[in-house]
Design a binder for this molecule. Sequence first.
Ligand code: EPZ
Length: 415
Amino acid sequence: MDRITVRPSGPLSGRVAISGAKNSVLKLMAATTLAEGRFRLDNVPDIADVTWMAALLETMGMSVERAGQTLTVDHPPDITAEAPYELVEKMRAGIVVLGPLLARFGRARVALPGGDDFGPRPIDMHLRGLEALGARFESSHGYVTGHSDGLIGARVVLEFPSVGATENLLMAGVLAKGTTIVDNAAREPEISDLAAFLNRMGAHVLGAGSSTITIEGVEQLAPVEHVVVPDRIEAATFLAALGVTGGEITLVGARPDHMDVLCEKLGGMGMRISPDPDGLWAMARDRAHSVDVTTLPYPGLATDYLPLLVAMLAVADGVGIVTENLFAGRFRYVDELTRMGADIRTESHHAVIRGVARLSGAPVRAHDIRAGAALVVAGLGADGETVISDAHHIERGYEDLVGKLTGLGADVVAD
Ligand code: EPZ
């Protein structure tokens, strides 16, 4: 899919199934390098990043089978502890094989990551944390190569609650000798899902979801079965669409307890939202009210929600000020929204959004996963056609976004 055409739509209505979380399943797949045998993952989203992570595991000598929403990963006695540039360059999550490979094999060679272009995205906290457990690194020719004569547990205080660094330390600490403590750890629901998976494999991880995670290293881990948590960012995308078109929808399988701050924010914009026996119910009748938004690490408002909220604010009633605290360069979608007639001024990591009555459809470009989804959301409420190119970015993180939106009554086509 390289182009999506969006026409004015809504009100949206009906039920939509929320897929498994991209930002969890990729790490669970990386964790399968920690033990020999057969793993089974269920509720696995059909997205490009999963295909690439599977390809990454296969280059190491593992085999990955997909049947519907089930992924079976077979880990033979020995694998090659290397993650090649062609794959890690495409998908930043590839970097989280570093910790588990080092812990399991005492060596790892991983290409420096690429992924969404939000400006500089260093891995210094990953490396410093793993060095505290006794690993040694050298970087050359676009690769980081790590060695260890057996990781030893230590206390690591992260400068910032980095999701990736916390995950690498979690997957290293489970096989390190003694106790590893990760302080100022990331608290995202995907971290708790990874910890639950590791504990099911026989690890001793305590405190996931809080700022202090304690890991008692064990000798060996075993393969298991696991169901991936639902994708809160995908759920937020449908809520933003509803905020632009109006209507009433049910997000089947969504976890309201993972989206508290977002639901509160959308409530402040005039949306009615409540937990539902099947997930989350939401209704929007009138034009949204503008609000101010600030992104923070979980449980604060996720940076991945911001492009979606800005698309809503572009047609909301009033002026909203947004602050992006995690990725300085994450406003590239603003130029595309401006092309559609939005009134947005950015200044470093702030943006001032004066809501306009209606956007106008235009040819625009998706610069990354969430930026692309935000343009789809904006197009649902714009006059005329919005034609989004480079839509392949959207497929990296969304399972059948076009089909799911069409199921809710939206006029969206992919070609
Ligand atoms: C994860 O990225 C997610 N990706 C991102 O979602 C998400 O935006 C981000 O967490 C924050 O929630 C995946 O899980 C695959 P970080 P990650 O390490 O792990 C700085 C999406 O659209 N930092 O928490 O790369 C970093 O530059 C994607 O699904 C360092 O300085 O994010 C950033 O400013 C986009 N040094 C901040 O910390 C480090 O060593 C947070 O990054 C590590 C991070």
